[in-house]
Design a protein around this ligand. Structure first.
Ligand SMILES: Nc1nc2c(ncn2[C@@H]2O[C@H](COP(=O)(O)OP(=O)(O)O)[C@@H](O)[C@H]2O)c(=O)[nH]1
Ligand SMILES: [Mg+2]
Length: 476
């Protein structure tokens, strides 16, 4: 089998080279900075699936003095056939010199056989410096493609396209921050077409990446199902001494258990999020984006969360109960949108607005105080009696998964939570909705959950992933 291909991202400083490398190698540890010159030495980032390196990306410093390099090359080349050797001679002669440090760093991997990914910023005009860079790269004779990554609002990509087309066999627009997964795969396929010895390893890479993506979404549905079960069944418990049990008023005890119940649920949701982020190799989201922690408006128990992810009372009392739930009206008549009227599923249309904290309106099963044993008593509180809570947890979990699974590793943007006119559940098939409702019901009654309902829940969540995706695309 051929060795895994190596690609070097090269170009001007500050045009998105490191961003392209981060995205294609699924590595969010790569330095991406506002200041040019963040990358002083080349760095190698392998993309590994199941311990198998599929390809390697090399991040390089940008060209500093391309026209002087080209002048040297032209002065030292005798014929067209010695050009690659001339570039190699340049690097040998200038290695260790301060003047051409960056050029040597970026040319070395190419001379060692790396494919070239030339990254330009389509939002600034093409310049003579670029022409020198492209000429130098062409002289290396290595397979190459050019990516137009637009950083700013202006668009010069048409002139770029024309200019790049004269130097590179393949020219693509590629937004390092937003390019969807399919575009990553399509870049790999394009490289496979450029270089016969890479065709087979890159086909394999595409296949592995597709399998990995499927596997990850299956794992994600399992993680969400487990978290949902934990959170719906959670009982807060406290051991009381006989004196505590008599001294403390029941209200105070309930309040303190309730506070602890909120805290536990927030932490459980947080740990689910971290696990999902790590599953997709996003290890630094919390640190890079402190604002992202879903405080205030985005808290699990905020009114805002209830409005976006909760469901209407009508939905709660009908879904999952089958025909006849509404006094003879068959469930089939309850085609959402049509019978309920637009937005009837949206929890926000029903219930009080204005209160910031929604959590105190959740019903939890009554406080239970166990029998006195050895001077101790167990007080327990929960589980939650409102299925509404389950819909909020689920909606938030799927929304988070959706952002993370589509997030490029160059992404440094906040995760948004845009308000919409319709509820995502409207896109979910009836069976899956039914399963969800049945699951929440069983949790509420603290019935034994068996493997069958767990299995069904996982399938429902997988269906919900797809439904959610449709909803996002349609409401964008
Ligand atoms: N909006 C946007 N910004 C980008 C994109 N690619 C890079 N940037 C920003 O441009 C700057 C330079 O990117 P970087 O990858 O470090 O460039 P390098 O110096 O060529 O490695 C950083 O501030 C990036 O966040 C992109 O596709 N869209
Ligand atoms: Mg860089």
């Amino acid at each position: 089998m051929s060795a895994a291909p190596v690609f070097a991202a090269v170009g001007h400083p500050n045009k998105g080279k490191s961003s392209v490398v981060a995205t294609l190698s699924q590595n969010d540890a790569i330095a991406i900075a506002l200041e040019p010159g963040t990358t002083r030495h080349r760095q190698t980032y392998p993309l590994t699936v199941d311990g198998d390196t599929l390809y390697t990306l090399v991040d390089t410093p940008g060209f500093q003095r391309p026209r002087r390099v080209l002048a040297w090359l032209e002065a030292h080349s005798l014929t067209a056939s010695d050009r690659a050797e001339t570039v190699a001679a340049f690097v040998t002669q200038h290695r260790g010199h301060d003047d051409f440090h960056d050029e040597c760093e970026l040319l070395a991997p190419v001379l060692e056989g790396a494919g070239i990914i030339y990254v330009v910023d389509g939002s600034v005009p093409y310049s003579a410096e670029n022409e020198a860079e492209m000429t130098i790269l062409r002289w290396t004779g290595q397979p190459s493609l050019a990516l137009i990554n637009s950083i700013g609002p202006d668009d010069y990509s048409d002139t770029w396209q024309a200019a790049l087309g004269q130097f590179f066999q393949v020219v693509r627009r590629f937004d390092a921050v937003r390019a969807p997964f399919d575009q990553h795969l399509s870049l790999l396929k394009a490289f496979g077409q450029l270089e016969p010895r890479w065709e087979q390893p890159l086909e394999r890479a595409v296949q592995h990446l597709q399998e990995q993506r499927l596997r990850r979404s299956e794992q994600a549905s399992g993680l969400i199902a487990t978290a949902l079960e934990d959170m719906m069944l959670w009982q807060e418990q406290r051991i009381l001494t006989a004196t505590q049990a008599t001294d403390q008023s029941k209200d105070a005890l309930v309040n303190s258990l309730r506070e602890r119940w909120y805290l536990h649920q927030r932490q459980r949701e947080q740990s689910l999020r971290l696990t999902i982020e790590h599953l997709y190799q996003h290890n630094r989201i919390q640190r890079q984006e402190a604002e992202l922690t879903w405080h205030s408006d985005h808290d699990l128990f905020s009114e805002n969360s209830r409005q976006v992810w909760g469901v209407s009372r009508t939905y709660l009392t009908t879904a999952g109960f089958g025909a006849g739930a509404l006094g003879g009206v068959g469930i089939d008549a309850l085609t959402f949108g049509a019978s309920f009227g637009t937005g009837a599923l949206i929890g926000g249309l029903i219930g009080a607005a204005g209160s910031y904290f929604y959590g105190d309106r959740l019903t939890l099963s009554a406080l239970k105080i166990g029998p006195l044993r050895d001077g101790l008593q167990t007080a327990s509180f929960g589980p939650v009696q409102d299925s509404q809570f389950g819909y909020i947890v689920l909606g938030r979990a799927i929304d988070h998964w959706w952002h993370i699974s589509r997030r490029n590793h160059a992404g440094r943007e906040l995760l948004d939570l845009a308000p919409t006119e319709s509820h995502w559940l409207e896109q979910l098939d009836r069976d899956s909705r039914n399963t969800l409702q049945r699951f929440f019901d069983k949790c509420r009654k603290n019935n034994n959950l068996d493997d069958e309902i767990r299995q069904r829940l996982r399938h429902a969540i997988e269906a919900a992933f797809a439904a959610y995706d449709d909803w996002r695309l349609n409401s964008a």
